[in-house]
Write a protein that binds this ligand. Structure first.
Ligand code: GDP
Length: 447
């Protein structure tokens, strides 16, 4: 999962507070100290952390809370709001629209060398093709030897049309020719990869300016490497000054503890982060949305992300409804079966589990993914031998008498202890989910 350490730090702090006998000032202080340490370790700016913690403290003070409001819940809500605030640039990004006839969307990528720009161009193209666009890639990076071959290789891997030149040395001319070529070919999303440099320097900014003027892009995307943490603030500002940057993609979020710092630093420049890069391969690009992202970070899952992932991999004619579990109603065995089915279908396991609230801890201990998968398979086999009534009953343990457990075990060819274990697991997840404000979360995610 992206930002695993930060997420673990925050969820551990919250669950410690939930377990505390009373949610008094001491429990709150410990919880907030732990949350702030987790944020600082992720390289979030100290002043931003201090302000967030101060706000949580003042909005959850018992003297200001309306009577009858549970303080633990109020703290949870306040931390959620503060994290969202930290990552919210307050500005919606431009989103390309499909099939604009002879006026295609032109998107120019800028960023320093090594930030992951070329790789991200190909990921971005492949992502939009999955959404029904007709994308094309143009290599206007004439500075780095090998950029042309790299983009060409990525483009052919992702089966995206590609334009570039070994001989032309003027990036502006290549960009204009490329855009022209693909406009004639009726592509509706033309992505231009530009030169990077090792350092921010005038020559780079001048080239970006000329290229922007010539191609008149609908969107300029700045690509930044998560490993620089809060230093992303200065870098994003410098690029914004020299080109009309409309959105940001933060790469290498898979490997960097400083990712939280990079994300919040970019948001502080009022530039919306639209995607995060989570690996070296073409599918490793996740749309970034503040509320679902914070939900996942706080262990509350990301229902919309899950549905989105489905739409990516499950064909339109498939029965998606059967596969997307409704976690806002009663958590029955049938819901659990849908959860397991969806995880098996969508994979990879780790990424999907982190989107489903309450599930990851039960089925995916770190390094034990294989066992988790075997367990899921066992449970599915067992549930196939149960009656519809048992699967749809809110509290199936009460229906499952000893003799029924033995019958189900025999029917599924599994030992009795496996059936008992599955019923226990169901109870545990149901309990974990019952503590989460899922109805609200689903509404938030959909708003
Ligand atoms: P450019 O110089 O900005 O065009 O950067 P490249 O696209 O050549 O990427 C530099 C290195 O970063 C390559 O080894 C990429 O495979 C790697 N890379 C790019 N994006 C990601 C990402 O999201 N995660 C990881 N782990 N590596 C990435």
């Amino acid at each position: 999962m992206v930002l695993a350490q930060l997420g673990e730090g925050i969820t551990a702090a919250l669950s410690r507070m939930c377990r505390a006998t009373v949610a008094d000032d001491a429990a709150l202080t410990t919880c907030l100290n732990d949350v702030s340490h987790a944020l600082l370790r992720a390289d979030v700016r100290f002043e931003a952390v201090r302000a967030a913690i101060h706000n949580v403290k003042s909005t959850t003070n018992p003297s200001t809370l309306p009577p009858g409001v549970d303080r633990r819940r109020a703290v949870h809500k306040a931390i959620f709001a503060e994290l969202c605030h930290m990552l919210d640039p307050g500005k919606p990004p431009f989103t390309p629209t499909k099939g604009k006839g002879n006026k295609p969307n032109v998107v120019v990528f800028v960023g320093l060398q090594g930030s992951g720009k070329t790789t991200t161009c190909a990921k971005y193209a492949a992502y939009h093709r999955r959404k029904g666009f007709a994308p094309a890639l143009v290599c206007a990076d004439t500075f780095r030897a090998g950029a042309f071959d790299q983009l060409k290789q990525n483009a052919s891997k992702a089966k995206i049309p590609f334009y570039g030149s070994y001989t032309e040395s003027d990036p502006v001319k290549i960009a204009m020719d490329g855009v022209d070529t693909f406009r004639k070919e009726k592509c509706d999303l033309i992505i231009v990869d530009t030169s990077g440099r090792h350092r921010q320097e005038d020559a780079l900014f001048e080239e970006m300016r000329q290229l922007s003027e010539a191609t008149k892009p609908d969107l300029v995307i700045f690509v930044v490497d998560a490993s620089i943490g809060q230093a992303a603030f200065d870098q994003a500002l410098a690029f914004k000054k020299s080109a009309p940057v409309g959105a940001v993609i933060v790469t290498k979020m898979d490997g960097h503890a400083k990712g939280g710092g990079a994300l919040s630093a970019v948001a502080a420049t009022r530039s919306p982060v639209i995607f995060i890069g989570t690996g070296e391969h073409i599918p490793d690009l996740e749309p970034f949305d503040v509320k679902p992202f914070v939900s996942r970070l706080m262990g509350m899952g990301d229902l919309r992300g899950l549905v989105d992932k489905f739409n990516d991999v499950v064909p339109d004619d498939d029965d998606n409804d059967e596969l997307v579990p409704d976690l806002t109603g009663d958590f029955t065995l049938k819901t659990m079966r849908q959860m397991l089915k969806s995880v098996q279908r969508v994979g990879p396991l780790g990424q999907v589990l982190s989107m489903i609230p309450g599930l990851s801890a039960q089925f995916m201990e770190k390094g034990k993914e294989k066992e988790g998968q075997a367990k899921m398979k066992r449970y599915m086999t067992i549930m196939a031998s149960m009656t519809r009534k048992e699967l749809e009953f809110t509290n199936p343990s009460t229906l499952m008498t000893e003799s029924r457990i033995v019958r189900v075990a025999r029917g599924s060819g599994r030992p009795v202890r496996d059936v008992a274990e599955m019923l226990e697991e169901h109870k545990r997840i149901a309990k974990a989910l019952s503590k989460l404000p899922l109805k609200k979360l689903a509404n938030n995610n959909n708003s």
